[in-house]
Design a protein around this ligand. Sequence first.
Ligand code: THU
Length: 162
Amino acid sequence: MKEQKLEFHYEVYDDISELSQEDASLLSKAREVLNQAYAPYSHFNVGAVARMANGDEVKGTNQENASYPVGICAERVLLGTAANMFPEMAISTLAISYGGKNVVSDHPISPCGMCRQALSEFENRVNQPMRVILGGLKGKIYILASASLLLPFAFTKEELKK
Ligand code: THU
């Protein structure tokens, strides 16, 4: 038996003022766009903004449904839009924030499991990691070098090869 260890590094910032101008701008836009979420059931708004490899930006917010499982997270809404507006183009950086009327948004949240799978597949598809900025409306901010760091032992298309 051999025990293996898996670890990853990420950056922690105390405040948006510590970020580069580009990163601060992207996180600010994620904080703004969450107001466009359709979340009448959870009242938990999530906003995501991606800077594409060509510098253009794509936004996404969670879109809920009276048939609850039909709802889609902000991240996957964004990935679908990115893939259609900019086919096969990589995402350089993705910022994710959250808020809502009764939501205390004072720490970073991390994408759900299904979104981690989707983000990981997107990186594989375009063959480039995306940096991820996670932050609430206030509080600490995390920056990861790649979304795939959030999903070790990911199931990938390689497994489906005959
Ligand atoms: N949600 C997202 O949009 N992204 C996440 O990473 C976590 C959860 C949404 C789904 C649902 O509309 C609401 O937040 C509460 O779970």
